[in-house]
Design a protein around this ligand. Structure first.
Ligand SMILES: C[S@@+](CC[C@H](N)C(=O)[O-])C[C@H]1O[C@@H](n2cnc3c(N)ncnc32)[C@H](O)[C@@H]1O
Length: 239
């Protein structure tokens, strides 16, 4: 199982269509992650926005609808990129591994970026974050969401401080690999990549989510599922 090795297949190719069907209106993606990330990101009107690990373009679509001047998505999965191009003709999409340089992008080209539910799949998170910092303008914001470290710890057991790659079967038989690590390690990686943590957000279920998905909401009321970071580019990574 790869996390999208350069040029090779991606684990997400296999269930890209299923992911789209699921994430369009699912409790965790549509009613928990996306509202939280987009709220933390704030106003995008007339901004050039990068969607890192764009999947089938659910974020790209929202960003276009919210008036972004330009949206560029990147994903390692050719199937995800195919779906995104079909669904969101107003955005541009590149198929590539985020751990490789974004050689098509100039220094400081983007005003803002999102990296939702992707970073835990990357082996070399610092390289990917440094490249995001390079292509963001100094002072630009990157919003990252990921699995809350306590969620992994409670589900997987062992030490909270373990840093290890985990292989798991999610939902409808999706075989995925991802990294678990303590909060401190994630924050250290942001600092090492030239970002300052502006805000750390632990989303709570919305009123709408409570109504639509009461069981999931009750769970998320006591145990956070995801965590959202608003990161400011310190501007140290320009070439
Ligand atoms: C859980 S999905 C999230 C998709 C989208 N961000 C969303 O929230 O709707 C994770 C995405 O990360 C992509 N991904 C995983 N490893 C990657 C890598 N090394 N480089 C680029 N994309 C990667 C997958 O192909 C998949 O589309």
């Amino acid at each position: 199982m790869t996390s999208g090795s350069p040029g090779g297949p991606s684990m997400y190719d296999i269930f890209a269509e299923e992911f789209l069907g699921h994430a369009t209106d699912s409790a965790y993606n549509a009613h928990y992650d996306r509202p939280a990330v987009l709220a933390v990101l704030g106003e995008v009107r007339d901004l050039d926005v990068l969607d890192l690990g764009c999947g089938p373009g659910l974020y790209a679509q929202e960003l276009i609808e919210r008036g972004a001047a330009r949206v560029v998505g990147v994903d390692a999965s050719s199937e995800m990129v195919r779906l995104a191009r079909h669904r969101v003709p107003g955005a541009t999409f590149h198929r590539q591994d985020l751990q490789a340089p974004l050689s098509w992008a100039a220094d400081g080209e983007f005003d803002a970026a999102v990296m939702p539910l992707v970073i835990h799949h990357l082996d070399d998170r610092v390289s990917a974050l440094r490249e995001a910092a390079r292509v963001l303008r100094p002072g630009g914001r990157l919003v990252v969401s990921t699995v809350h470290p306590t969620g992994d710890w409670l589900r997987l057991g062992g030490s909270y401080f373990a840093v290890e790659k985990v292989h798991e079967r999610w939902g409808d038989g999706w075989d995925v690999s991802f990294w678990r690590q303590p909060l401190e390690a994630t924050c250290d990686e942001f600092a090492a990549s030239g970002f300052l943590i502006e805000r750390l957000h632990e989303p709570r279920p919305s009123a709408q989510m409570r109504e639509r998905f009461p069981e999931e909401a009750a769970k998320l009321d006591v145990s956070p599922g995801f965590i959202v970071f608003s990161l400011i580019n310190r501007g140290t990574g320009l070439r």
